[in-house]
Design a protein around this ligand. Structure first.
Ligand code: ADP
Ligand code: MG
Length: 441
């Protein structure tokens, strides 16, 4: 039965809608003409009940001659979501004469290029609803979550979709900085009227990273009035932040409570499967030939930030081009090696290395950095230089300077010396390994 339903929906819905609503839904059971479906969020449930459920009854009747009743269970639902009921009929829009108002949207950030995964499916669903039916269901719509997880992307996608449905709609996207700067400018140039017109005559206002608005009192005041005007006119407002409204320090209570009138959705980091899907989509868009296991490898290396994930792909691609090689897993490993080492060694200083080595060999730090030429000190000193070069990003002259003002050639020499010693002498090799482990722990 579900298969037939899926086919029905596939034929009536656009591909993005099908992906958003049907693919994310799991049939649980069909019993006594009661169909139980599991959906991933309250937004999905809401949408099903309002827009899709009728088809179940219709198709059910066609197939079974009986009236099939759908029920929706939200995955892992403990409490009902703060979803606002449709409270007022949307005001009929007067036709807005001005066409194609510059919305400053990034053409790459559309629903088509957005990959749906566990961490973002509710945000994506809410974005779709708002784009199709702005100003009436989730207003304001508030996305929050860490850096590089797709908040800005979804915001732009809403703008694109709305302009596609209504090319004469007025869409305005701004970062909080732009909002602040334009507001301050308008005061200085006595153009407050113009500023208000710009912000209050829109159908969709997108304000990105509003955590940066907090603490700026006059700007917050202006934003508050902008918000109220738009809200009262049933104009859609979409906001993003790195954290939920009530966690933004110094955000006035009256704004926090207004944000709660709509829907807040968090976006969490993508799981491995989603990261692979994102890379696959990117690779296909750029017509890159990359084997599946290589994509999995890259996706396994970077697990929290999608912007970094994309950066890794660019890096691998550049590495392949420069070396004139095909993209393989071992090439990807090479390309990403230095990336990883920068990340993990950033926190290590030359002094930490010196202290660890001095402790390890029971010698004084000042001797290690000094000029004594006895072997029991020279070797640890050279090991410290070697490790400083291997494990930190410091330049050779900088390393030399940290050892009582030695020349950079001394550092090169020490580095070579230890490399040779480690090959010849298993004891040295073991000791260096142990110190490295101590430093890494
Ligand atoms: P945020 O605003 O949350 O910091 P962005 O929206 O700027 O993050 O996203 C960072 C990058 O990752 C962008 O290039 C965006 O296109 C991409 N991205 C984020 N989420 C997805 C996704 N689900 N599918 C495809 N690309 C994504
Ligand atoms: Mg952003």
């Amino acid at each position: 039965f579900w298969k037939d339903l899926e086919d029905t929906y596939q034929s009536v819905l656009s591909a993005p809608s099908f992906d958003a609503w049907i693919k994310t839904t799991q049939p649980l059971k069909l019993e006594n003409n009661q169909l139980w479906l599991e959906v991933p969020s309250a937004v999905h449930k809401d949408y099903w009940e309002k827009n899709l459920a009728a088809k179940i009854v219709e198709t059910g009747f066609k197939l079974t001659g009986a009236e099939v009743m759908p029920h929706f269970v939200v995955t892992g639902e403990k409490e009902t979501m703060p979803v606002q009921e449709e409270k007022k009929a949307p005001v009929t829009q007067e036709k807005i004469a001005e066409h194609g108002k510059k919305a400053l949207l990034n053409p790459k950030y559309s629903f088509d290029t957005f990959v749906i995964g566990k961490g973002n499916q509710m945000a994506h669903a809410a974005a779709l609803v708002v784009a199709e039916d702005p100003g009436s269901i989730y207003n304001p719509l508030f996305f929050y979550g860490g850096v590089g997880l797709g908040k800005t992307h979804l915001m732009h996608a809403i703008g694109h979709q709305m302009l596609q449905n209504r090319p004469d709609a007025k869409v305005k996207y701004v970062s909080s900085e732009t909002f602040t700067n334009e507001f301050i400018n308008s005061i200085q140039t006595k153009n407050s009227e113009q500023f208000r017109k710009e912000y209050r005559n829109v159908d969709l206002l997108l304000v990105d990273d509003i955590q940066f608005l907090a603490e700026k009192e006059a700007t917050l005041e202006e934003f508050f009035h902008t918000f109220n005007d738009l809200y009262n006119e049933n104009k859609q407002i979409v906001l993003t932040s790195d954290r939920p409204p009530n966690d933004i320090p110094k955000l006035p209570e009256r704004l926090v409570s207004r944000f709660a009138w709509g829907l807040s959705v968090d976006i969490t980091p993508p799981d491995l499967e989603t990261r692979i899907a994102i890379l696959r989509k990117k690779a296909d868009a750029e017509r890159l030939e990359i084997p599946d296991d290589t994509l999995s490898y890259i996706a396994g290396q970077i697990d929290s930030n999608i912007r970094e994930l994309e950066g890794a792909l660019v890096r691998v691609q550049a590495f392949a081009t420069i070396n004139g090689e095909d993209i393989t897993t071992s090439l990807a490993a090479d390309a990403l090696k230095s990336l990883k080492s920068v990340g993990s060694q950033n926190h290590l200083s030359i002094l930490q290395i010196q202290e660890e080595v001095a402790k390890y060999y029971h010698i004084q730090l000042k001797d290690l950095k000094g000029k004594k030429r006895v072997k029991s000190i020279v070797v640890p000193r050279q090991i410290s230089m070697y490790l400083s070069r291997e494990m930190t990003e410091n330049s050779l002259p900088k390393i030399g300077a940290e050892f009582g003002g030695k020349d950079h050639t001394t550092v090169i020499h020490a580095h070579e010396k230890i490399q040779q010693l480690m090959q010849k002498d298993p004891t040295i090799q073991k000791e260096v390994g142990e110190i490295k482990n101590l430093l890494n722990s």
